[in-house]
Ligand binder design. Structure first.
Ligand code: SF4
Length: 194
């Protein structure tokens, strides 16, 4: 007898389609920003990542892991950004054969002025934005568990997090309670929980 296909919860199916649609809109908006600056969306993401991590050594391998693309693809984009003077390579003090990347003043000028959805989000009441943030963080944590996301430095997966993931959040390392808006998804102090 043929196996029955698994039943899909209609609400889950609806949400999954909606998230996919929102992802498509985000990609389209990124395209507009990127082509306006004569860059590709990946190059814009690379500039954004280097800009957001000024105190950590950023190399091609790390960019590939973080942005979930292959090293050769990142390498080609980085070369173009360096050739255009938007990124600069500097010798890696820990590895004489390697280089880390930093943003140049010209690179900073090419960063998008606003993230996609800024206006649409501002129209939501703060309570709804907080609920959305918590739900998305829980989804991201579960994607990390399933292996669909490779790198994440969020409070939910951190050894220093104490709380219930809902209304009570505390960071032991920073010795402070965290409001929902202060929860981090890319924390430089993150330490993976065992
Ligand atoms: S160290 Fe960072 S990621 Fe970890 S709980 Fe504190 S704020 Fe969150």
């Amino acid at each position: 007898m043929a196996k029955k296909p698994p039943t899909v919860d209609p609400l889950n199916a609806h949400l999954a389609r909606l998230l996919e649609r929102i992802g498509e809109v985000a990609r389209a908006l990124r395209w507009q920003q990127a082509t306006g600056a004569g860059l590709s969306p990946l190059q814009i993401r690379i500039l954004g990542f280097v800009c957001d991590h000024p105190n950590v050594p950023v190399r091609v391998a790390r960019l590939a892991d973080e942005l979930q693309v292959t090293r050769p693809t990142v390498s080609d984009s980085v070369k173009l950004l360096v050739d255009r003077g938007l990124l600069a390579r500097k010798p890696d003090p820990h590895d004489g054969r390697s280089h880390t990347l930093r943003l140049t003043a010209e690179g900073r000028r090419n960063l998008p002025v606003a993230e996609p959805f800024t206006e649409a989000l501002a129209a939501l009441p703060v309570q709804e934005r907080e609920m959305l943030l918590l739900a998305l963080m829980r989804m991201l944590a579960s994607l990390l568990e399933s292996g669909d996301v490779q790198v994440q430095r969020m409070c939910w997966t951190c050894a220093h997090y104490r709380g219930d993931r809902t209304g009570r959040h505390h960071c032991q390392l920073l010795a402070t309670d965290l409001a929902v808006a202060e929860l981090r998804t890319d924390c430089p102090e993150h330490e993976a929980a065992a």
